[in-house]
Ligand binder design. Structure first.
Ligand SMILES: [Zn+2]
Length: 350
C-alpha cells in the first residue's frame, strides 16, 4: 500500500509500505477515505522536533472498516468510521474518567511501529474502544460530510475540549488565542455546542478570520502581545474575559492568555508546548486563575460530534481549504508550513 513517510525536515514522500494487517484480536484494519495534515505534523516538518527517518505520518483519518479481529464487537467490515488521533481501550480507569488520551494501552497513530493516517490503510488497535461508526454508513452519508467528519478526528474535538477546559457555558464571553484549525474549532465549539454568547478571536490572517466569523466569532482582534491584551480588555469593560482558550502553546500565547483573563478567570489550554516552558506562576496566582490543560480526549466527544454533524447542526468542514490526492501530500505540508493553507485534506483512490 501507499503511505506518507517522513524523510527529513521539509521532506515528506509517499512510498510503498507493507500492507496494514490484523495482528491482535482487538485490531481492525481501516481503509482510509480521507486524511488530514495536522498543525502538529509541522513541528517535525519544520525541524523543531526530531522524527525518525521513514517514519509514518498522519493521525487524522476517516475510513471504511476492511477487516476486524476475532474480539472486535462494535464495528463491522463496511462501516464508515472516524478514528480519534490516539487509540484507546475505553475501559481502563483513565478512559472511564473521560481522558482517553491517558489510556494505559493507548498510543498515537504515526508513532514508531504503527501505521500513520496519511496512507491507504491503518491498523487500528483496540478498535472497539477507538473507532466510532457513522450512523447510516457509506450509503447514508454523503461525501459532502466527509470534511466535517474528518475534522472530528482531531481539531473539532480538540478545539471543543479547549472551550470545555476554559469552563465555557451558555452565555459565556470567551477569547480564543490561535487562529489555526484548532482555534477556529474552539470558536465553533464554544458557540454552537456550549452556547457562548460572545467569542473574541485573536487573528490577523484574512482567510482564518473569515472562517472564524463563519464559525461564530463575534469580535476579531489582530493585535498581539500587550496590544492584544489591551484590545480584549477594552472590549470587556476593562475587566478581561472570564474564559480563555489557549490553542497555540508558546510562551507568547500563554502570556497573552494570562494577561487577558479577568480576576478568577479560567484558561483552557490545548496548544502543545514544544518550546521550553517559561510560564511564570505568580501572575495566575495573584489573579486567582484556573489553568486547565490536556491533550484533548477526542474519543470522549466523538459520538456527540458525529451525531451533530450527521444531523446537520455542526459543520467544522470549512477548516479545510486545500484538497489534494494522497500522492500530492508534500504540497499540503508545504502550503500549511507557508501559512498559505489553514488545513489540507487528502483524498484516497476509491
Ligand atoms: Zn484506556
Amino acid at each position: 500500500m501507499r503511505a506518507t513517510l517522513y524523510l527529513s525536515a521539509g521532506n515528506v514522500v509517499v512510498d510503498d509500505v507493507p500492507d496494514a494487517s490484523i495482528s491482535e484480536p482487538t485490531d481492525a484494519v481501516v481503509r482510509v477515505v480521507r486524511a488530514a495534515v495536522c498543525g502538529s505534523d509541522l513541528w517535525s516538518y519544520r525541524g523543531i522536533i526530531n522524527r525518525a527517518e521513514r517514519s509514518r505520518l498522519g493521525h487524522e483519518f476517516i475510513g471504511i472498516v476492511a477487516e476486524v479481529g476475532d474480539e472486535v464487537r462494535t464495528v463491522r467490515p463496511g462501516d464508515l468510521v472516524v478514528a480519534p488521533f490516539q487509540w484507546s481501550d475505553n475501559t481502563c480507569p483513565a478512559c472511564l474518567d473521560g481522558i482517553q488520551t491517558s489510556c494505559e494501552r493507548g498510543g498515537t497513530f504515526g508513532a514508531a511501529g504503527t501505521d500513520g493516517g496519511q496512507g491507504e490503510a491503518v491498523r487500528v488497535p483496540y478498535a472497539d474502544g477507538t473507532l466510532v461508526a457513522v450512523p447510516g454508513g457509506m450509503d447514508g452519508t454523503g461525501e459532502s460530510l466527509y470534511p466535517a467528519l474528518l475534522a472530528a478526528s482531531d481539531v473539532m474535538g480538540t478545539g471543543l475540549h479547549g472551550a470545555v477546559l476554559a469552563g465555557v457555558t451558555e452565555g459565556s464571553t470567551v477569547a480564543v488565542i490561535g487562529d489555526g484549525a484548532v482555534g477556529l474549532c474552539a470558536v465553533l465549539g464554544a458557540r454552537s455546542i456550549l452556547g457562548a454568547e460572545r467569542v473574541i478571536l485573536m487573528s490577523r490572517h484574512a482567510d482564518r478570520t473569515a472562517v472564524g466569523k463563519l464559525f461564530g466569532a463575534t469580535d476579531v482582534i489582530a493585535e498581539r502581545g500587550d496590544e492584544g491584551i489591551a484590545a480584549v480588555r477594552e472590549l470587556t469593560g476593562g475587566l478581561g474575559v472570564r474564559h480563555v482558550v489557549e490553542a497555540v502553546g508558546t510562551p507568547e500565547s500563554w502570556s497573552m492568555a494570562v494577561g487577558m483573563a479577568r480576576e478568577g478567570g479560567s484558561i483552557g489550554a490545548v496548544g502543545v508546548p514544544h518550546t521550553a516552558p517559561t510560564l511564570p506562576l505568580f501572575p495566575p496566582l495573584i489573579h486567582h486563575l484556573s489553568l486547565n490543560l490536556g491533550i484533548a480526549p477526542v474519543r470522549r466527544y466523538l459520538p456527540d460530534l458525529i451525531s451533530c454533524i450527521t444531523a446537520g447542526t455542526l459543520d467544522p468542514g470549512p477548516v479545510f481549504d486545500t484538497v489534494l490526492p494522497l500522492e500530492d501530500v508534500a504540497r499540503g505540508y508545504a502550503a500549511m508550513a507557508a501559512r498559505e493553507s489553514i488545513k489540507a485534506m487528502l483524498t484516497m483512490q476509491p
